[in-house]
Design a protein around this ligand. Sequence first.
Ligand code: ADP
Ligand code: ZN
Ligand code: ZN
Length: 745
Amino acid sequence: MTKRYADVIIDIAHEKVDRVFQYRIPEALSESVRPGVQVRVPFGNGNRERTGYVVDLSEEADYPPEKIKAVISVDEKGMTVEGRQIQIAYWLKSNYGGTTIAALKTVLPVKQKQKQLEKKKVLRCLSGEETAQAAGECERKNQRAKARVLMALQTEEELPYELIRQKLHVAASTLQALERQGYLRIEKEAFYRNPVKAGDRSETRPVLHQAQRHIIEDVLADYRAGHPGVYLVHGVTGSGKTEVYLGIIEEMIAMGKQAIMLIPEIALTYQTLLRFYKRFGDRVSVINSSLSAGEKYDQIERAKAGEIDVMIGPRSALFTPFANLGVIVVDEEHENSYKSETTPRYHARETAVEIASLCGASVVLGSATPSMEAYYRAERGEYKLYEMRERPGNSVLPAVHTIDLREELRQGNRSMFSRKLKELMQERLSGGEQAILFLNRRGYAGFISCRSCGHVMKCPHCDVSLSEHRNGILTCHYCGYQERKPAKCPSCGSPYLMGFKAGTEQVEEAIHREFPGARVLRMDADTTRRKDSYERILSAFADEEADILVGTQMIVKGHDFPGVTLVGVLAADLSLNRNDYRAGERTFQLLTQAAGRAGRGERPGEVVIQTYQPEHYSVVYAAKQDYRGFYGEEIAYRGLVGYPPVEHMLAVLIVSRVQEDGERLGREMTNVVKREMADVARLRVIGPAQAAVGKIADLYRHSFYIRHGEYQILVEAKDRLENFCRERELKGQTVQFDFDPMNTF
Ligand code: ADP
Ligand code: ZN
Ligand code: ZN
C-alpha cells in the first residue's frame, strides 16, 4: 500500500511548534516525497507557506483526513537529510535538548544545493632543485608568498590548489603570475580527478615502532572480529599518534570503508593536511568554517557519491554522510571546541561514539592531555587505553623553571617578567633563537587575588573563586553567595587585593620597553579577527620574521616552531581562578601544551612558568609533565564534590527581558524538578542564581544546575522542564540546556 501521509518538522525554532505535523501527499508528489526531503507546506491559521523536513511517512491519518492539509511541493533545491542523519538528529535532541529543527540543521552542514565547483591542482614545471633556486630568488626580492609556493613545490611535484590557497595564504593572482613566469601550471578538474599514482605521492613513511603497530593491529582486529570499540591513545605531542591514525585509516580504506578525521579548527594546518594528502591523494577532503557554502556542498556531494574516503575537519565534519563509515578519529579530544556552543550543545566525542555505534564503526581518540572524561572511561574499561610515552628520534622534553611571583614582588620586581624569564629572554635574543610568551587569559575576568600572598577570594560553600561585580560585591555563581570585597587581604592584611589586569597588548609594550629592538608578533582575539590572519601570523613567526610571539591560548596548540627554545607562561594560575570546576584541568592542559612548544627542533628547550600558586597540583604536575599524577588528584576531587565525569551535571540558562521574570522562572523550574523528581535519590538542584555574566545586550541571565550520577536522570529532568516551558508558553524568555558544560553560565 502506498504511504499517503508525511510527518513534517516545520522550519521554525520554537518550542510550541516542536513536533511533527502530518500532511497529505498529493498524487503528483507520491514519488518525490520521501523521508529526508525538504517540502513546502501551508502552516498555521493563515496557511502561510513554510519549509519543512519530512521525517517519516505513514499510511494512516492521525486526524480526520479532511482536516489534513496537503504538501504543496518538494523543494528541489533543498538538501536531503539521509535516514541516518534523522536518527542522529533525534539522538542530539534527546540527549542535549533544543528543538528538532535545530537538531536537523546541525546534522545538515549545507541546507541548499549549490553549483558544483571546479577542482584544480598546481604542478611544478621545473625540477625540484630549480624550483628551490627560484624560491631563493623570490625570498631575496622579498616576495614571500611566491617563495612559500615554490618552497612547497620543491618537495612535491603537485599540490591541490585549495591547499595552497587556503593554507599557504596565497592569492589567486600570485599563482597566475607564477604560471606566467613558467614556474608552475594550474590544471582543472579532469586531471585532478585522475587517481594520483602511489609513486607520485612520494611520501617517506617512517617504519612504525612497536607501540604504533600494536595499536593499529589491535583496533583493526576488533573491527574485523565485528566488535568495533572506542580507543584512547594517550601519547605526548610528537609521539607518533598521527602515524597511528594514518595507519588505521589506510587499512579501513583497503576494506572499502571511509573515515572521518576530526581536528580542532585551530590545528588544521598546512603540515597536517599535507600528510593526509600525501597518503591518500585526492581521496581526501577538508571541510572547515572558511569554506563557502558552495565549497562545503561540493565536499558533501563528493562524500555521498563515494568520491572520497576521508573527510577531515572540525566538529561539523562528524555529520558527513558516508555510506560505509569505518572509523572516526578525534584528535586532541580534550579540546573545548569539540563542544558546540549553540543549541543543541553536543559534544563531538560523545556524538562520535553514538554515530559509530549506529554505523558499526570504531572510534579512536587521541591526546597528549586526555580529558578527564575520556581517561576516566578508559580506566573503567569503557574505552581501551594505549599509552605512547616516548618521542621517536632523540628530541627531549624541555627543562621547566617554576617561578613564584610573590617572591618576585618581595624582591622588589614589579615587572611582568621574573628575573629568570628576563635573563633567558635576553639569552635568546642575543643567540638569535625564538621565544613564545603565553598569557593565560582564559576566564580571567573578575577573579580577585592578593598580589602579596596569592590568596584568592573563594566561596565558603563551593570552592570556586568569587567574581567581582562593578559595585564591589563578590558573588559565587554556583550558589549565589555574596560578600562585600574586603579592603585588606583576609590572609595577610596586604592592601593589594585586586584582579590581574594585564592583556597581551601590555605584554607587547613591556617587551618593547625592556628589550628595545626585539621583533614582536602578537596573536590574540584582536589581531586574528580577519579570516586567515591567524595562520599568517604563525607563518611569519615560522619564517623567523620575529623573535618573540606573544599570545593567548591560541598559540599553544600543536604548532611546531623548530626555532623556539624558550616558552614563558606569564601567569599560570590565571585560569586556575576561574569560577568553574574544570579550571584545574584547563590549567594543566594549557601549561603542559605550552611547555611542549619549547625545543621541538635540534636544540633543547626551556620553559618558565610564572605563578602565584607554585604549590598548586595543576602547576606542579604540568611542570613535571606528569599526566597520571595530575589525573589522580583531579579525579579524586571531582568524585568528592560530585562533578563530571564522576557524576553528571545539567546547566540550565534562562534569558529574560525582565529581570524578575527570569528569577521567577528559575524558581518555578527548580521547583518542578524538586517536586516531580522527589523520589530520585541523590538528585541535587543548585540555584537558581544570577549567571556569571548577569546581563548581555539588555537581556538578563539566570542559571541553575542539576547533578546526578546517571546521565539519563538528567535527560528526564530536561524533558520535564521542556514540557513545563511548552505549557507555560514563555514570552520574552528563552531556556537553554547544557549537559556536562565546559563553561559555567
Ligand atoms: P603526534 O601526532 O603524536 O604529535 P606524529 O605522528 O605527528 O605525532 O609524529 C611526530 C613526528 O615523528 C612526525 O614528524 C612523524 O613523521 C615522526 N614519526 C612518527 N612515527 C615515527 C616512527 N615510527 N619513526 C620515525 N619517525 C616517526
Ligand atoms: Zn594576602
Ligand atoms: Zn558558592
